[in-house]
Design a protein around this ligand. Structure first.
Ligand SMILES: C[S@@+](CC[C@H](N)C(=O)[O-])C[C@H]1O[C@@H](n2cnc3c(N)ncnc32)[C@H](O)[C@@H]1O
Length: 262
C-alpha cells in the first residue's frame, strides 16, 4: 500500500501485477468455453501486495483484533448486536492506514463506522489507533469491499459511505480496475437508506471527472452540492492528511464529491 499521492500514481510494481492479472484474464477469455460462461474472476480494484507487519501492528492485531476485527461471514451483519446500540452507520471502503477513519470516528462518537481494507498492515495500523485513542465506534473487516457490500450489508441499511483517495489506476489500460464504476455505485446506492450520503475524495483529476459522471448517471443519487461545478467543499469532518497538504502546497488539486440517496 502506498500513501504518498505521488507514489500512488507511480506504483510500478502494482502496475506490473495488474498487467499480469489482465493477461491471465484475457487468456482465459480466449478459450471457447469462456465465450459462453461468465468470467471466473472479477476484475479487482486492488492487487495483492506483500506487506510486512510492524511489531506494533501485529500486537494490535493480536490484542485488539478479537474485539474490533470482524470476520468475513458472507451473511448480513447485525449492526446493533455488533456495536451494542442503534446509531447511524457509516461504511468506509479502503481505509489505508486508518488515520482518517480514526479521526472521523473520534469526532463523531454518536455514529458507528465499519471500515473495510484488504491490506493487513493497514488493518493492524487502524487497530493500533483504536487502542491508542480509545475509540469504540469502529469495526474493521479485512476483505474485498465489493463482496462485503454484496453479502454482508442489507439494502437500505447504511447512512453514509466514505471512499477517500481510492487507487486512481492512472494508466488507461487499468481504468477498468477503478472502484467507482456504474455497477458498483448502483450497489452502494442500494445499501444506502433514503437520505443517506456517499462521500468520495480524490487527488487525481481524471478520476474525479469519472466519479462525477458515474454518480450523476445513477438515478438513485442526487448531488448534495452545487450542481454547476459538481464538486463539494471538503466537509469539516474529513481531515486534511499530511500527503494531501503536501500535494496542495505543490499546487495539486483535491476533489470531494457528496451525493445523497433520493
Ligand atoms: C490509495 S489507498 C487510500 C487509502 C486511504 N483511504 C487514504 O486516504 O490514505 C486505497 C486503499 O484501498 C484499498 N482497496 C482497494 N480496493 C479495495 C477493495 N475492493 N476492498 C478493500 N480495500 C480496497 C487498498 O488496499 C488501499 O489501501
Amino acid at each position: 500500500m502506498t500513501h504518498d499521492p505521488s507514489d500512488r500514481h507511480n506504483d510500478a510494481a502494482a502496475d506490473k501485477r495488474a498487467d499480469t492479472e489482465a493477461q491471465a484474464d484475457s487468456d482465459h477469455g480466449a478459450t471457447p468455453a469462456a465465450a459462453t460462461t461468465p468470467p471466473l474472476r472479477r476484475i479487482r480494484s486492488f492487487v495483492t501486495r506483500a506487506g510486512r507487519l510492524s511489531n506494533a501492528q501485529q500486537r494490535a492485531l493480536d490484542e485488539l483484533g478479537p474485539r474490533f476485527k470482524l470476520p468475513y461471514t458472507g451473511v448480513p451483519l447485525d449492526w446493533e448486536a455488533t456495536f451494542g446500540r442503534n446509531a447511524p452507520r457509516v461504511l468506509e471502503i479502503g481505509f489505508g492506514m486508518g488515520t482518517t477513519t480514526a479521526d472521523i470516528a473520534a469526532q463523531r462518537p454518536g455514529d458507528d463506522f465499519l471500515g473495510i481494507e484488504v491490506h493487513e498492515p493497514g488493518v493492524g495500523a487502524l487497530l493500533k489507533l483504536i487502542g491508542e485513542r480509545q475509540v469504540n465506534n469502529i469495526r474493521v473487516i479485512q476483505h474485498d469491499a465489493v463482496e462485503v457490500i454484496e453479502h454482508m450489508l442489507a439494502e437500505d441499511s447504511v447512512d453514509g459511505v466514505h471512499i477517500f483517495f481510492p487507487d486512481p489506476w492512472h494508466k488507461a489500460r487499468h481504468h477498468k480496475r477503478r472502484l467507482i464504476q456504474p455497477p458498483f455505485v448502483k450497489l452502494l446506492a442500494s445499501r444506502l437508506r433514503a437520505g443517506g450520503y456517499l462521500h468520495l475524495a480524490t487527488d487525481w483529476q481524471n478520476y474525479a471527472e469519472q466519479m462525477l459522471d458515474v454518480l450523476r448517471a445513477e438515478p438513485a443519487l442526487t448531488n448534495a452540492s452545487d450542481e454547476a461545478s459538481g464538486y463539494a467543499p471538503r466537509p469539516d469532518y474529513r481531515p486534511v492528511t499530511k500527503f494531501e497538504r503536501r500535494g496542495l502546497r505543490l499546487g495539486h488539486g483535491v476533489w470531494d464529491l457528496l451525493f445523497t440517496k433520493r
